[in-house]
Ligand binder design. Structure first.
Ligand code: RNT
Ligand code: ZN
Length: 430
């Protein structure tokens, strides 16, 4: 099949020829492009279902994001209104992303039937349909508790609430979610990663930080009293710097969860949008890995107050990908996407972000590791910087296009034509 590129039909043979030339250029630098493609093929991203419907979910009693610290802006038409629509949109997205990936669900996306099912009553059966769908498409599932968009989260505190009834409710919710995740992991024969993020914090100066953190600690210990096999579920904890409405205090800060995860054998989740703008998440990888078996990354893009813009191939993504590869940690780092943009075609947002992350990883895999290490001593700084600059102008595009071609997905920008066609055919009728 030939793909449409900027109005010109580009022959696959053209892509292959360009690739062969590019492969030679990389080989001159001691880089094996073929090997890099093989390694990229083994990487699975976890694609966040919530980009498809603006973090709405499918509960009968729809909650609002107000007070959750999250805000989705935009009103682009065609958003998924049902689970069927969301699945069909995800299928369209996966068809345009090269490789085999995972889908990341939130508890609010269960199939709850006609009766309202509260968060402390969520069962594995509510996710049976998702499992069957995922199995059918060769996808694996990851999972998240939903500790927001609910009346019992409106005080701004959930697991760290000093009202015991509220706190207990959320402990029960997360326990339910871990049970669901463990059952998913068992059924799909691939560990289901369960990530926990809570919105807890305060808009203005709090006076009891200690009490809130003591309550969160107690809740987490209660939650993790139930042990599951790591073949079924692994747990991660996600910190944040601030949220909308929690500008002055976030209970689950980076230090808090670092301490908790390292003393309890849990995984730290680093969201690229959850740190000070000049802080490097890439730098944290080699600082955490010596103490922790694994890390979860939420690849996102912070822009001013928002931590969740569509991911692009920017310096941060490139540096994170390079650090993963340079630390030889591809098998210890879980890569998930996390952003929500309602101002553009939502499926296109998924595809653009996922392809950008994969490009970042491919660029990282196309680095000459031995050579770079040789140039690490301070005395070689000029040579090191010069090589890093040289790598930037090697013909990366043809290698990426070849990867797409081999995975039977559109190369270059051609995926956009598919998104536009799907919008005309499906989204415009919603
Ligand atoms: C929020 C966190 C969290 C959420 C999702 C919906 O700041 O990044 O990961 O985006 O759980
Ligand atoms: Zn996140």
């Amino acid at each position: 099949m030939a793909f449409l590129r900027g109005g010109v039909r580009m022959d696959p043979a053209h892509i292959e020829n360009a690739y062969l030339l590019a492969r030679d250029r990389y080989a001159e630098k001691g880089i094996d492009a073929e090997k890099a493609l093989g390694r990229l093929q083994a990487i699975s991203l976890s694609l966040h279902c919530w980009q498809g419907d603006d973090v709405g979910g499918f509960e009968k009693q729809a909650g609002s994001l107000a007070g959750s610290g999250l805000q989705v802006t935009g009103a682009y038409p065609g958003k998924a209104r049902t689970i069927e629509e969301l699945r069909s949109d995800l299928e369209q997205a996966f068809a345009l992303i090269p490789g085999r990936h995972r889908v990341n669900l939130h508890a609010m996306y269960g199939e709850f039937g006609d009766q309202p099912v509260d968060r402390n009553a969520i069962e594995p059966e509510h996710f049976r349909g998702w499992l069957e769908w995922a199995h059918h498409h060769g996808l694996k599932i990851d999972f998240n508790a939903t500790c927001f968009a609910h009346p019992k989260a409106s005080s701004g505190y959930t697991l760290s609430s000093r009202e015991n009834g509220i706190r207990k409710f959320w402990v029960d919710h997360v326990k339910c979610c871990r049970r669901v995740a463990a059952s998913i992991g068992r059924e799909q024969q691939s560990t289901c990663l369960h990530n926990l993020w809570i919105p807890d914090g305060s808009k203005d100066i709090p006076t009891d930080r200690w009490g809130a953190r003591a309550a969160l600690l107690k809740s987490l210990d209660e939650i993790f009293e139930v042990e599951y096999s790591p073949q079924q579920i692994k747990d991660s904890l996600e910190s944040k710097l601030f949220g909308i409405g929690s500008e002055s205090f976030v209970v689950g800060s980076h230090e808090f969860y670092m301490g908790y995860a390292l003393t309890r054998g849990k995984i730290i989740c680093l969201d690229l949008g959850h740190f000070h703008p000049t802080e490097s998440v890439a730098d944290k990888i080699s600082a955490i890995l010596p103490f922790s078996g694994e890390i979860l990354l939420h690849i996102s893009r912070g822009v001013r107050w928002d931590s969740d813009h569509i991911v692009l191939l920017n310096d941060e993504v490139r540096e994170v990908a390079a650090e993963i590869v340079r630390s030889q940690a591809l098998d210890r780092i879980h890569i998930a996407l996390d952003y929500f943009d309602a101002s553009v075609n939502r499926i296109g947002a998924w595809v653009l972000g996922a392809r950008s992350v994969l490009k970042g990883l491919l660029l990282a895999l196309l680095e000459p590791q031995d050579k770079l290490r040789e140039l690490d001593p301070a005395s070689k700084a000029l040579q090191r910087l010069s090589l890093l600059e040289e790598l930037k102008t090697l013909p990366f595009g043809p290698v990426w296009d070849a990867y797409c071609l081999r995975n039977s997905v559109p190369a270059g920008e051609d995926w956009l034509r598919e998104i536009e066609a799907y919008e005309r055919r499906v989204l415009s009728r919603r």
